[in-house]
Design a protein around this ligand. Structure first.
Ligand code: PLP
Ligand code: COI
Length: 337
């Protein structure tokens, strides 16, 4: 195991030993290839550079108390990458190839999976890009799929401590019938200016409203949103948010804990009625919300300086499943042998 101060890790790139690649050429996917270089070389007219033919995924591997390495819900990430590929007309990677590449990348870099006690994990970043040259606006005829990994700590440096979020009405992340439901780079480019403003003003992230009516909560820049009241887990239903695998898992965990679960439009003013609120995602895990500021309407919704009881229970259960200390009832874990 590496001599790293694992528990001090933040969320960022670091080079590990190997990455796994697969090329789509002449209408078919090739064999998986292993590389130790973190560079890729491509045509200057590649469609990913000009017309945003790019999608990515984010998932994690965890070293359990028993020393085993567990990957969380990789089949769901594989399906979502296929959906993103369809959404921007890229070649779809077969699920078995996706899963094989992820497991291979984790195995080859096993020494970078942080120890159990550190609370850190191995972040896995699959990437699919159009590499074929086009100058007219058309899909590429060649693609590259690559998986690289790195040990990470919490996405928001505060970890599981409540932080502040802000609604900024002047920014939209995704159009109502656009690409918000796909994990494509353009959505993140569209969130950079708003995110920068939020950070400069001391907030963890922007909480976006729906772009059409500017009335309902959509999601955060890098995570979904949930609120808790009356023993109910409530999360937005919207066509322009990413279907978060963490959120899907928390809905199941909430139901398993005997809570009611609602997935429906949430008006911004309903924020005032929640007892607890959180952002959720692979990188964010659960990041509790201390307050949501809404400067355009001179409002503030405050949830408190400590994580709420239910957020804590959801967090402990999710982490327990990921680290192998809570039973994996729904078959979410792949153990890397
Ligand atoms: N929403 C956005 C915009 C994201 O980038 C992410 C991160 O992947 C999420 C939500 C959370 O999704 P997941 O839980 O699948 O990581
Ligand atoms: C993730 O949670 O995996 C993400 O992709 C969020 C962010 C780093 C873009």
């Amino acid at each position: 195991m590496e001599n790293i101060n694992w528990s001090e890790l933040g969320f960022g790139y670091s080079k590990t030993d190997y990455n796994v690649r697969c090329y789509y050429r002449d209408g078919k996917w090739g064999e998986l290839e292993v590389s130790s270089s973190d560079q890729i070389s491509m045509h200057m007219a590649a469609t990913c550079l000009h017309y945003g033919q790019e999608a990515f995924e984010g998932l994690k591997a965890f070293r359990g108390a028993d020393g085993k390495v567990r990957i969380f819900r990789l089949d769901e990430n594989g399906k979502r990458l296929q959906s993103s590929a369809q959404g921007i007309m890229m070649a779809e990677l077969p699920l078995d190839k996706f899963e094989e590449a992820i497991v291979k990348a984790v195995k080859l870099n096993e020494r970078w999976v942080p120890p159990y006690e550190s609370g850190a994990s191995l972040y896995i970043r699959p990437l699919l890009i159009g590499t074929g040259a086009q100058v007219g606006v058309k899909p590429a005829d060649e693609y590259l799929f690559v998986v690289f990994v790195m040990p990470v700590g919490p996405y928001f440096k505060e970890g599981f401590k409540p932080t502040d979020y802000v609604i900024l009405k002047e920014f939209d992340r995704a159009a109502p019938q656009g690409t918000g439901k796909y994990k494509v780079g353009g959505n993140y480019a569209a969130s950079l200016v708003a995110g920068h403003k939020a950070h400069a003003d001391g907030y963890s992230a922007v909480l976006y409203l729906d772009s059409k009516e500017k009335k309902y909560i959509d999601e955060c820049g890098p995570a979904n949103f949930f609120g808790i009241k009356n023993n109910t887990y409530i999360t937005p239903k919207s066509d322009s948010i990413l279907p978060s695998i963490t959120n899907m898992s928390l809905r199941q965990i909430a139901a398993d804990l005997g809570m009611d679960v609602e997935q429906r439009p949430i008006e911004a003013d309903e924020l005032a009625t929640f007892e607890e609120a959180g952002a959720c995602g692979t990188a964010a895990v659960i990041s509790p919300v201390r307050k949501v500021a809404f400067p355009d309407e001179n409002k503030e919704f405050v949830y408190g300086d400590e994580p709420g009881k239910i957020s804590l229970k959801l967090y402990d259960t999710l982490r327990g499943i990921q680290y192998g200390t809570v039973e994996d009832k729904h078959d979410w874990i792949t153990i890397v042998e």
